[in-house]
Design a protein around this ligand. Sequence first.
Ligand code: MSP
Length: 521
Amino acid sequence: MKTTYVTTPLYYVNASPHIGHSYTNIAADCYARYRRLRGEQVFFLTGTDEHGQKIAQAALASGKTPQQFADDVVVHFQSLWERLRISHDDFIRTTQPRHEEAVKRIVAAWERAGKLRKSSYQGWYCTPDETFWTDAELAELGRPVCPACQRPLERTQEEGWYLELEAHRGWLAGHVKAHPEFVRPESRRNELMGLLEAPLPEHLCITRPKTRLTWGIEAPFSPDHVIYVWIDALLNYITVPGYPADADRFSGIWPADIHFIGKDILRHHALYWPIMLHALGFTDEQMPRTIFAHGWWRIGEQKMSKSLGNIIDPSAVLTHVLAAQPHAADVYRYFLLREVPFGQDGGFSEDALRVRLNADLGNDLGNLVHRTLSMIERYEGGAIPAGDGLGSEDRALREAVQALPGTLDAAMADVQFSSALEAIMRVISQANQYIESQAPWTLAKQGDSRRLRAVLRTLAETIRAASILLEPFMPGVAAAIRAQLGLGEAPRLLADAAAWPGLADGQRLGPKAVLFPKGTS
Ligand code: MSP
């Protein structure tokens, strides 16, 4: 079976990661974990984009060489991913020889196949976005500002190598029409269709003259040029799984099942990238299956970005705002995934984070686990009771739990993390209401041990199922629930969430610990 291939953008190393970067990686991680939970072999790739003018300028300003600068900054990305439990299988830095060599071979192949044209270019360049714009594209705006980010552009005139764009437009428009899942969500697909209705710039310049920029991969056909940073970076999606050197490995992983990106880089991924692949001779079947462009996190009315200087550092949120939380990374993951439907923009605030923590996690999930385990401790001496003879209320909760793997599948097929979590949390609330309605303390007082055991067992099975269903979203919390239930780290599958019973009679609980302590945060 083909490996499921999940990617993230390669982040520029001109500064440390912020919430926006962490969002893409958390979403991609959640998705990769979900696919693993379905029993699939997954290859999940992230990394850093280390070439280009933007990095060269940042390095210069700090008095370091670009490579030293990248080596220093990449550590911040790697340690944040570790802290956030990002489970990538590989981490690519575009300055690694494995990538540089493959890029050289690929662009040389374009050149040999006559796909490149050498000529002189006049146009505009946005350094923060590392993106070219033509006069025609700026005509409507009437002044030289970047149509994507509104910042001033630099006039450029230089000799370079060009790849055809417009010649591929008909093919790409046909591909997009025939593959509704190629770009998601719908709004971004419409945006792409709009771009494909009018003529594209004739060509895309794939080089930069060394007179202006030396920090890049040298073009194999010209010692005076380096490869344009976007061409270099996009190619990582095929160089890492083995293109062109290792055809066997490559064919087991490619095509990408899903490229997670932010909507700011749709044009590069949905226009340039498929055209680059097409120019390499990739067929329609070899195109990425889905490019999912999510929305922006805003602070107030503004997009959060390094260039706008309004960034929020995820490490500071974990260390300060969530200081009292043993599962701070999971609380943060939960907030980002639950708060905003994936694809839409969202506003970040510490207050909103605290509301999710206190309401959904503390009062609902944390309470359910705590009450269930405490009652098993108190009434059953810490051993999972056999719960035979379920009544109709018990069965209603069981059925709600057993429906969840299907609901999760449906939500994840749509890449809707928030609706998946909403469905799981609805059943968690239902279980809390069930505790109130069944009042195990009254059953204990009345000596109705048969009902008491059925209720406690139903609750224990519910939190066991939750520990599987929540794993992609909150892997640390999921593991903690399992440990408190006395379960080992046995491999789990999504289907196990619907198994009932899934616990062994008499199994002893593990040590208890509060999942989401109240108080300072
Ligand atoms: N290096 C390019 C990508 C090359 S991919 C082959 C790049 N890097 S970036 O560091 O600017 O990060 C881009 C990605 O970070 C965005 O596409 C998005 O996934 C994420 N975000 C950056 N700012 C963001 C927000 N304010 N909100 C949400 N995500 C944002 O572009």
